[in-house]
Design a protein around this ligand. Sequence first.
Ligand SMILES: Nc1ncnc2c1ncn2[C@@H]1O[C@H](COP(=O)(O)OP(=O)(O)O)[C@@H](O)[C@H]1O
Ligand SMILES: [Mg+2]
Length: 371
Amino acid sequence: MTERKTRVAILFGGRSAEHDVSRASAANVLRSLDPDKYDATLIGITRDGRWMVADTGNGVGTGAGALTIPTDGPQLALLPGGQGRALVLEARAADIRELPAFDVVFPVLHGPNGEDGTVQGALELSDVAYVGSRVMGSAAAMDKDVAKRLMRDAGLPLVPYVAMSAAAPITYDDAVSAVGSPEVFVKPANMGSSVGVSKARTAAEFETACRLAFRFDTKILIERCVAPISEVECAVLEDSDGRICASQLGEIVPSDKHGFYSYDAKYLDADGALLQVPAKVPPALADQIKELAIKTFRVLGCEGMARIDFFVHGEQAFVNEANTLPGFTDISMYPRLWEASGLPQSELMNVLIGHALARHKRSRSLVFDRA
Ligand SMILES: Nc1ncnc2c1ncn2[C@@H]1O[C@H](COP(=O)(O)OP(=O)(O)O)[C@@H](O)[C@H]1O
Ligand SMILES: [Mg+2]
């Protein structure tokens, strides 16, 4: 008897500045799923947060650079406690039908409302297996201030920083003495894709930079500007038995005109940055960075996958941040690093989905109450 295919729901789009990146990532994830093993359902989350059935067939749209999301038509709701069952709400016909249960959900969502534990919470409540970190690991990695406190506690090397809330502002002079340099980076605590990130060298620039960062969050970070740096990234992957591996390292070389790895350099300018695999890092330092990547993954409570980003200054590596749902486009670093490390993308999908299913089974065996 042939085994039934695994039903995968790909969740993409979402209410974040990285909506478009997510649509491109989802197209690539869909392309990488082995059609002999998986049946995919596409669920696109609109910018205003509605879950739309984007395509109920398998493989439609695989040639596209980015998946599209219908703005009207059937909407989808996962059932709390429904073991992966979902309802399709046919708004116009006032009709409700039930989809067969999903075996696993792959949230291909970046940034707030997707990578930060919120969607993971909804998936927990609906009792369905899903790829990647759970609520705690997602939330801890997304909040740069909380992540840094955990990493500092574990003795991981960090760039000096200070956090500031809108309710308790600090002056430029205080920030400078806290981080030990007049040149600082200012960034929202919960964001990504360099949205709201800028550099400041004077009190006036600092005020502008803080105002920008506060548009995106009520808590911001001020960090010592480290220069010159190379930006080195490491992909971390956990298999279904809980073994955690680090990939080869990759390096981002932003073009000089952008000054740093800004939103424009990442997404708008085709020549904005060069992705170099492997990174040009001496072998001993590369080994140290891989170890730091695995340690960071564990310290933050990440699961399944994460891309850990570093700043390398001379011989010193600093952990910058962890991304629990890294970019998955066909040119993104995470899948590229695994390809370069000998793991093709379709096998990467098998490991990620295998981990999700095994973890769900393990957590089902836990006891929730004493009765
Ligand atoms: N302390 C710093 N020193 C030097 N460059 C920095 C610093 N912090 C951020 N940058 C630059 O800004 C980019 C975005 O900052 P990052 O902290 O990675 O935020 P995001 O989560 O938006 O990617 C980095 O890739 C780097 O180019
Ligand atoms: Mg970054």
